[in-house]
Design a protein around this ligand. Sequence first.
Ligand SMILES: *[C@@H]1O[C@H](CO)[C@@H](O)[C@H](O)[C@H]1NC(C)=O
Ligand SMILES: *[C@@H]1O[C@H](CO)[C@@H](O)[C@H](O)[C@H]1NC(C)=O
Length: 237
Amino acid sequence: MQNLMFAFAALAALALAAAAPKDSDNNCPSFEPMTNFNASEMVGVWYDIAHTNRRTGLKLKCDLVKFSPDLTDPSKLEFNSFSYSSATKSVVSVAGKICSPTKKNVPDGTIAVTIPSLNVEKVEMKVLSTDYKTFAVLAVCHQLGNGTSFPKALVLTREQEPSTKLKSAAFKVLDNNKIARRTMSLTSHSKCHSYDLSSKTEQQATTLGHGTSLGGIVSLPNAAQKEAATTKHPKSR
Ligand SMILES: *[C@@H]1O[C@H](CO)[C@@H](O)[C@H](O)[C@H]1NC(C)=O
Ligand SMILES: *[C@@H]1O[C@H](CO)[C@@H](O)[C@H](O)[C@H]1NC(C)=O
């Protein structure tokens, strides 16, 4: 009888396990990447106007990203992601590459981001929408080991101070992909330091690179959280 009870309990447990959602190890929201994305048209300078809260405590501002053709590989683009820390009064920059993943059946707007100095290798990023000329909305979903997901987004515009109309159109893309606006911070572009955009040298990349636009979106959230725990003003931006 005891054996039977045990068997019954085991069966019940199995039934429960089967009823649980199969995707419990991936609960990222299903982003809708755009179709017919052409990475070459991203070349040039973009200003970060909003990004998922980074809480670095570094008072980062004036974030911008420059994409350029990769002269050694036409299927890739190089980028340099710049930021300025008012806390440390210094420029931060990280360099990396984006490419279209070789996997077939991946939608067009999916790209892979590599940043060697942050040990980031081919993190999958979705281009949710862009017209290449005025705005671009990018997103990455980090699946954490404990079963929670952490979506991160980045809103880029060609102009440093875009119109309210353009900003609302871009934020609408976030809404459509269920990325809560309250998880986003607006980027300050006041009194900006000028960057040497032609430079390929990274600055403070390994230590502060997760605070930049592209470094931030591909970094796991705990990198930023750890930083926040050791700084005095974690909510300063
Ligand atoms: C992608 O954009 C580049 C630059 O504008 C252009 O030369 C190329 O023809 C485009 N590719 C496609 C497939 O449209
Ligand atoms: C999972 O881990 C993240 C990051 O460490 C944490 O913020 C979150 O609260 C955790 N969630 C659960 C359900 O434990």
